[in-house]
Design a protein around this ligand. Structure first.
Ligand SMILES: [Zn+2]
Length: 480
């Protein structure tokens, strides 16, 4: 692997500038009340322009205003008061569609911040930043339109915006990079690079060492691939701070194993390390903004491959925790690698554990592509995460750890089975993982899709952050 690879993965857009160029265009957000005052304050010619377009501040609409020399001066954006990070992503796309590359390069954009607070400005600028994201390193014919540059608003929190944009783009880059480029060693190398940036420590347990140090599930899932399984253990922060451990499922490719996936379900399985991508993205923001916590990140990394030494349906494995698992389905490998990581994490008794996994198709059947399912063993965490999810426009929805379904993941000949007998697939995944969480440890499990299916403003089709911002907001509330 070359450093070009790392540079591509850790290179994030920054479509911001400190000062205006000679020609600037002001972006003015107006709701349906503010638009009336705005019109009243304008010259007759401008009033006429607005009247002709019919712009009235409806959310999601925009119009361009020109001065007497026909130069574009202002872009009016309609919004409702509930601004999301994607509000300005749409404006970014509108600018790229409406103007020539030359015009965009010679112009800077500003936001009229009169009616906006810091929180709103942070959301707007984050949306502008991620709208500049492109995954085109492997394309000869790159999009020729440059990113429009936004002058940093005075009251925006630049550190927060930069950290959030970097984190989201890191998640996307990691998921979008296919396994022939991002193998198990390479994913570990990215984690080490992130650790280096923030002076975190890393320990890597690899291949046969996993066996020796008692991580049988991680080893077994990954043993059939020439890309050897490994566990990244990253630590950061003061020992006196509350201890948070984040676990991310890092299956760099999931063929399903001997229970081979049909082609259409295998096609996008490069995204099965989306949990590890989320864990690294969340760690990035936490470390960049120096949250007062003692952070640990555990990434069980493996490729679920087919070979003569693949694990089989019917095998009985003994986990790190000592619980035996009968393999019902080799395609339910995520919960196996994460189970060993959760058991390991529990041994040093963190205050909170969070795991991100692209775990079940059942979570998508329940909630669709856009809403990760989450589970927690603490009611107050469920309330807090739902609240932060709404505030951040980053939807997540709780499902129950319904103990009545435990019988569905039990088997007569082992302590647990890795697939369930009924229809509640996402809940089975949650219940299975809960069995490896230490007593009295607060825990959240996110069953996320980590993928944007169709493409929306600021969210191109492909790798996507799903639930990460909501979790970060919850952590901010909990620890600051
Ligand atoms: Zn699988």
């Amino acid at each position: 692997m070359t450093s070009t690879f790392l540079n591509q993965l850790l290179n994030f857009p920054s479509p911001f500038i400190d000062k205006s160029s000679k020609h600037k265009i002001c972006i003015n957000l107006l709701n349906q009340v503010e638009v009336k005052e705005f019109i009243d304050s304008q010259h007759e010619a401008v009033q006429l322009q607005i009247k002709q377009t019919g712009f009235n501040g409806t959310a999601g609409t925009q119009t361009i205003l020109r001065d007497e020399d026909a130069l574009v001066k202002t872009i009016l954006i309609g919004y409702d008061d509930d601004l999301s990070i994607y509000t300005l992503s749409s404006v970014f796309a509108f600018i790229q569609d409406s103007f020539s590359a030359n015009f965009i390069s010679s112009t800077t954009f500003t936001i009229d911040e009169k009616n906006l607070d810091t929180d709103q400005l942070d959301k707007l600028c984050t949306g502008w930043g991620i709208a500049a994201y492109k995954f085109d390193a492997h394309k000869k014919d790159k999009n020729a339109k440059p990113a429009p540059l936004l002058v940093w608003p005075k009251n925006a929190n630049q550190d927060f915006i930069t950290a959030q944009v970097s984190s989201i783009c890191l998640i996307r880059n990691l998921i979008n990079t296919p396994p022939n480029i991002l193998g198990t060693d390479e994913l570990t190398q990215v984690a080490q690079e992130v650790a280096k940036k923030f002076k975190a420590k890393t320990k890597i347990i690899k291949d046969e060492e996993l066996q020796k140090q008692n991580f049988p599930l991680i080893y077994t899932v990954g043993k059939a691939s020439p890309r050897r399984p490994q566990l990244v253990d990253m630590t950061w922060g003061k020992k006196t701070n509350p201890k948070l451990t984040i676990v991310g499922k890092g299956i760099i490719y999931d063929t399903g194993g001997l229970n081979l996936k049909p082609g259409m379900y295998m096609r996008d399985m490069k995204k099965d390390m989306g949990g590890a991508a989320h864990a690294l993205g969340l760690a990035w923001i936490i470390m960049a903004l120096k949250l007062p916590i003692q952070l640990r990140v555990l990434l069980p990394i493996a490729e679920n491959s087919v070979a003569g030494n693949s694990y089989r349906p019917g095998d009985i494995l003994t986990s790190r925790k000592g619980l035996s698992v009968e393999i019902g389905d080799t395609d339910a490998e995520g919960r196996l690698v994460v189970a060993d990581a959760l058991a390991y994490a529990s041994e040093d008794n963190p205050e909170l554990m969070i795991d991100f996994c692209t775990l079940t198709g059942a979570a998508r059947v329940a909630l669709g592509y856009d809403i990760p399912a989450f589970f927690s063993n603490k009611e107050d965490i469920i309330d807090s995460l739902r609240k932060s999810s709404v505030e951040e426009h980053d939807p997540v929805w709780p499902l129950p750890l319904w103990k009545g379904y435990m019988k569905d993941i039990q088997t007569p000949i082992a302590d647990l089975c890795n697939d369930g007998k009924g229809r509640a697939g996402a809940i089975y995944g949650g219940l299975f993982l809960e069995a490896f969480v230490g007593d009295d440890i607060d825990w959240v499990h996110l069953d996320c899709y980590a993928w944007e299916q169709t493409g929306k403003a600021g969210r191109p089709q492909g790798g996507a952050d799903t639930g990460m911002r909501a979790i970060f907001k919850m952590l901010q509330t909990r620890y600051t």
